[in-house]
Design a protein around this ligand. Structure first.
Ligand code: HDE
Length: 727
């Protein structure tokens, strides 16, 4: 029977030496450590917490068959007591999340800039645990609200844990952490009625925004498609603050961290995001889990923007202001390594819920700056775990343990697992031989960067933090047409839900200082008198790196895209099979949806297995749709309102559509735009491709041309220039 092995490698008594290598080829030390805490139940007996075997867990101990129940039933009491205490407070923000393990490996040594152990040697892999999250919703809310996504990474390095607690948006709402409770109270459900759940479209958030113009840059990002990512795997991550690298000589360099997804940056459209909340509230969480299970491991490249300390004041914004980016055209992002997530947790609560991130978890070679948002976070993350995880020993929870030994003079407290023998628990001591001993910098100890600071104690915001509009304008100017359209639609949606007209007016006034056309377009949609002239001049600066349109991923790929093949009895079975084969070979997840589960009778009597019944799915759960030929199949689909809606919505959400033989007519019937496109091209019979609609009217299996063009359309993700769509 499985035994719990707490002395497993890297546990309290872990055998690994400080600074010991985490070998690239060897077993993952975090996995080995977690294995030591894992309790398999297969082949075991049910016991009490005390290890006593249980004979009956269905009937409480009673006096006679009809009771009463006896208090001496220790199994009954233990079972209910444990159940009564199963819940812990959810995170005050970022309550809903999903996590995975993996590894990070640097491309080359960064010793010139930092002594961080995990950034020295390309042959050394460092285990990681990443938790992605939404911010405003509660733990049971849906995955696709319009919201920031958290992107928090714990690196279990050979010099202790380093936590990079970032978001998928590179700036933040506020400049000083003392405003965080105000901001969070404003965005969370309103306190009297606890409405709305996981939504920013309400009066209190927008009231905060109109009264706090430093939010404007972030609000532009939040109203953009960045706030509705297609997948955690297709979003960027950012450390947001300016941090500091410190090298072995003690020289500091400012650094901003960037994660870039290998698959490119892709988003949903708003109508789709709203539907998914009902159709599959676990959409992003499921996607992460399924891809890892399927061996299609999510991957990001870590990049850094490095700024020498001598350039601290070289910018027209303050590096300490977390509402600003450093445009990539000014300081390029240097790729320094890659992260792969290749292992799902075994237990959601034990790992994903109990993981405790803290901005203050840094290792030698990485240090802080005086960014006042960062400074506040240094307090908050440790503090929050005390209530969330119930005491000061949460670092001993398996997922939080470093893979190197820890020895402290901390003792006692709830949930203390470590058994420190001996009489000494203080420093300095002679009773314990002076141990645990202090290491100097030469012995791998963390030494704080000796930044010189002086000043008066004041409550004041620096003059260099006062420009709240320039970068909001930069972001707007950098957007493609369709991104701009989505931003206007998002502002109209959100402000349209705001009840108080003065709040809508206040926001429009700020938008007028971002861009006049934007303000007018939003005003026209929300019943506010459009401003007559710009609030500020827009000098037209832009930064291509900010637009999703430029971040499609390279090389473009259909890997992991979910493609629905619609079919009914009479489908051209060989066409359906060929589509499945080729698309799956290129890494797509191909599902055949039919009017019912089970088998379809294909043309010429072939049996075609249905992956799922159409009635259990919706096009919002797929990236693309393709309809193989077969007269009877397509006629049946055309008469099925679910199938027609499926195709129409995919068209309206700008998704790639494919049609073969009789499938072309079905597409045209379901989505009138398709017919318009085909006529425009005027090539009936051959393969026609227009705005991501790929059709070949000739009956039979898909030709190479069709497959190639359809896959190109899928890789491009969305086709927003399509006629007749709102997205
Ligand atoms: Fe957080 N934040 N935050 N935050 N944050 C938390 O810590 C806080 C901020 C971020 O998956 C809390 O363990 C303050 C910026 C992520 O477990 C809490 C301020 C960024 C996560 C907290 C900020 C983040 C959190 C809630 C302003 C991006 C989820 C539970 C000074 C750079 C981590 C917890 C996970 C979680 C405080 C601002 C990212 C209360 C006071 C900026 C990804 O400690």
């Amino acid at each position: 029977m499985a035994q719990m092995n707490q002395a497993g490698s890297g546990g309290v008594g872990g055998a690994r030496g400080q600074g010991g290598e985490l070998g690239g080829a060897g077993p993952d030390p975090k996995q080995a450590q977690m294995d030591g805490f894992t309790l398999e139940t297969e082949g075991t007996f049910l016991t009490t917490d005390q290890g006593v075997r249980v004979d009956d867990t269905d009937n409480s101990l009673k006096v006679g068959e009809r009771g009463p129940t006896l208090i001496e039933d220790f199994h009954f009491r233990e079972k209910l007591t444990h159940f009564d205490h199963e819940r812990i407070p959810e995170r005050v923000v970022h309550a809903r999340g999903a996590g995975a393990y993996g590894f990070f490996e640097p491309y080359e040594s960064l010793a010139e800039y930092t002594s961080a152990a995990f950034l020295q040697d390309p042959s050394v892999r460092t285990p990681v645990f990443v938790r992605f999250s939404t911010v405003a919703g509660s733990r049971g809310s849906g995955d696709t609200p319009r919201d920031v996504r958290g992107f928090a990474t714990k690196f279990y390095t050979s010099a202790g844990n380093f936590d990079l607690v970032g978001n998928n948006i590179p700036v933040f709402f506020i400049q000083d952490g003392i405003k965080f409770p105000d901001f969070v109270h404003a965005v969370k459900p309103e306190p009297d009625r606890e409405i709305p759940q996981a939504a920013s479209a309400h009066d209190t958030l927008w009231d905060f925004v109109q009264l706090q113009p430093e939010t404007m840059h972030m609000m532009m990002w939040l109203m953009s498609d960045r706030a509705i990512p297609r997948s955690f795997r297709t979003m960027q991550g950012f450390g947001v603050h300016t941090f500091r690298f410190v090298n072995a000589e003690g020289r500091g360099t400012f650094v901003k961290f960037h994660w870039k997804p290998r698959l490119g940056v892709h988003s949903l459209v708003w109508d789709e995001a709203q539907q998914i909340m009902g159709r599959d509230p676990d959409f992003n969480r499921r996607d992460l889990w399924d891809c890892i299970e399927a061996g299609q491991y999510p991957e990001w490249e870590l990049g850094v923007q490095l700024v020498p300390e001598s350039d601290e004041f070289a910018f027209d914004f303050d590096l300490l202001d977390a509402t600003k980016i450093i445009p990539e055209e000014r300081v390029p992002v240097r790729p320094i390594g890659r992260m792969v997530l290749n292992r799902n947790p075994r237990n959601f609560f034990a790992e994903t819920e109990q993981v405790a991130f803290h901005l203050g978890n840094v290792v030698p070679g990485i240090d802080f700056t005086n960014d006042p948002l960062l400074q506040a976070r240094l307090f908050s993350y440790l503090d929050t775990q005390l209530i969330r995880l119930g005491g000061p020993n949460f670092a001993q929870i398996p997922v939080n343990r470093p893979v190197v030994p820890f020895r402290t003079n901390h003792r006692d407290g709830y949930g203390q697992y470590a058994v420190y023998p001996g009489r000494s628990s203080y420093s300095p001591n002679s009773t314990g031989g002076g141990c645990p001993a202090l290491a100097g910098a030469g012995g791998g100890a963390f030494t704080h960067y000796a930044e010189k600071v002086e000043g008066h104690k004041i409550r004041r915001r620096s003059e260099s933090f006062q420009d709240h509009y320039s970068q909001a304008t930069l972001f707007w100017n950098s957007m493609s047409d369709w991104e701009k359209r989505h931003i206007v639609q998002a502002f109209r949606f959100e402000l349209g839900k705001v009840e108080r007209i003065h709040i809508r007016e206040g926001v429009v006034e700020h938008l007028n200082s971002v861009d006049h056309e934007l303000a007018v377009a939003v005003a026209q949609g929300v019943g506010v008198v459009p401003p007559s002239s710009p609030g500020r001049e827009n000098v037209g600066l832009s930064s291509p790196a900010l637009s999703i349109a430029n971040l499609g991923g390279s090389p473009a790929t259909i890997a992991t895209r979910r493609i629905a093949v619609l079919a009914a009895d009479g489908v051209d079975a060989s066409a359906a099979e060929r589509l499945r084969q080729v698309l799956a070979q290129h890494g797509a997840v191909v599902e055949l949806l039919g009017p019912r589960a089970g088998m379809l009778a294909g043309e010429a009597g072939a049996q075609v297995p249905v992956t799922r019944a159409l009635s259990t799915m919706a096009s919002v759960l797929y990236d693309a749709v393709v309809v193989p030929g077969g007269e009877a199949s397509c006629r049946a689909l055309a008469g099925d309102p679910l199938a027609v809606r499926f195709v129409r919505e995919a068209y309206e959400h700008a998704k790639p559509l494919g049609g073969l033989g009789a499938g072309v007519a079905l597409l045209a019937e379901a989505a009138p735009g398709v017919a318009e496109l085909r006529t425009a091209d005027g090539a009936p019979g051959g393969v026609v491709v227009e705005h991501g609609v790929v059709t070949a009217a000739a009956p039979g299996a898909p030709a190479e041309d069709f497959l190639r063009l359809f896959m190109d359309a899928v890789a491009a993700h969305r086709h927003f220039a399509r006629p007749g769509i709102a997205a």
